[in-house]
Design a protein around this ligand. Structure first.
Ligand SMILES: Nc1ncnc2c1ncn2[C@@H]1O[C@H](COP(=O)(O)OP(=O)(O)OP(=O)(O)O)[C@@H](O)[C@H]1O
Ligand SMILES: [Mg+2]
Length: 253
């Protein structure tokens, strides 16, 4: 199963990505985790001991320059990236992790050329046939290119029961509609009760495929650098239920 996790900044994308990865691992699946956030911290959430030393590909300026063959305004649209997964993949406990990161506009150099390399890399990674893939995306929607989301089985949009988060979710819904994608699902996070779920359904016209309660244990896990699913049975159970629901959806298709 290939899952991309999107949503407004701070709604819980990385937390839910880490939970999904833990549950897939517990099921004995081979998992490839891709961190495409501009400030990646999935490695920490998954308990990789060397988390703080991992440099995202997006920050390897020389490599990006070499691969994009940037020359003034010209650059390669399909840069060679096939060797990069082997070189930069981290492995721990049955999880493969690729920290791609993301280019922020307005920095030095040509963001388009650098982005072309990252896009090629993401698309190459997403083609991996014999692994489950979970992609932690950056906040917002602008980066959601057709290539990336078309090759995932489920585009999850994490929402919290407040207006700003629903607004971003609506934008993602529209964009997915424009791209002709039908495999978008809502995930409700930091839910206090049925009233919160009703609020989301009323506003977005869809039932969430996963419901994650607020858990005070998340903070503890984060501060101690322990995978969140190890300290919160509730959240782990929520992730299990969500994956079961997604599996059922796949069977119906
Ligand atoms: N269910 C939850 N209960 C309690 N705290 C949570 C829950 N989900 C997420 N959090 C907390 O909310 C904060 C934001 O979560 P997280 O980093 O996963 O969001 P994000 O969407 O990945 O953010 P960003 O857009 O910055 O990448 C974190 O401090 C996290 O510990
Ligand atoms: Mg995040």
């Amino acid at each position: 199963m290939k899952i991309a996790v999107s949503g407004k900044g701070g709604v819980g994308k990385s937390t839910i990505t880490a939970l999904i990865i833990q549950v897939l691992k517990e099921k004995g699946r081979k998992v490839l985790a891709i961190d495409a956030d501009p400030s990646p911290h999935l490695a920490r959430l998954l308990g990789f001991p060397e988390a703080d030393e991992i440099r995202p590909i997006a920050e390897m300026t020389e490599l990006l320059q070499e691969r994009s063959q940037r020359n003034g305004p010209f650059y390669k649209l399909n840069p060679g990236v096939d060797d990069l997964p082997e070189k930069f993949m981290r492995r721990r406990d049955g999880i493969n992790l690729m920290v791609v990161g993301s280019i922020q506009q307005g920095g030095a150099g040509c963001a388009c050329a650098d982005n072309a390399v990252l896009r090629s890399l993401l698309n190459a990674l997403l083609l991996s046939p014999d692994e489950d893939i979970v992609l932690d995306m950056e906040a917002g929607v602008e980066h959601l290119g057709r290539g990336t989301i078309a090759s995932v089985d489920h585009l999850l949009v994490v929402v919290q029961p407040y207006r700003g988060s629903l607004e971003t979710a609506r934008k993602i819904q529209r964009l997915a509609g424009d791209l002709g994608l039908s495999h978008l699902d809502l995930v409700a996070n930091q839910v206090h009760g049925q009233e919160d779920i009703d609020y989301i359904v009323e506003n977005l016209g869809m039932e969430p495929v996963g419901i994650f309660p607020v858990s005070p244990k998340v903070k503890k896990a984060e501060r101690k650098g322990i995978p969140v699913g190890d300290v919160s049975g509730d959240l782990r159970e929520a992730a299990r239920n969500m994956l079961t629901a997604l599996g059922k959806k796949d069977e119906q298709d």
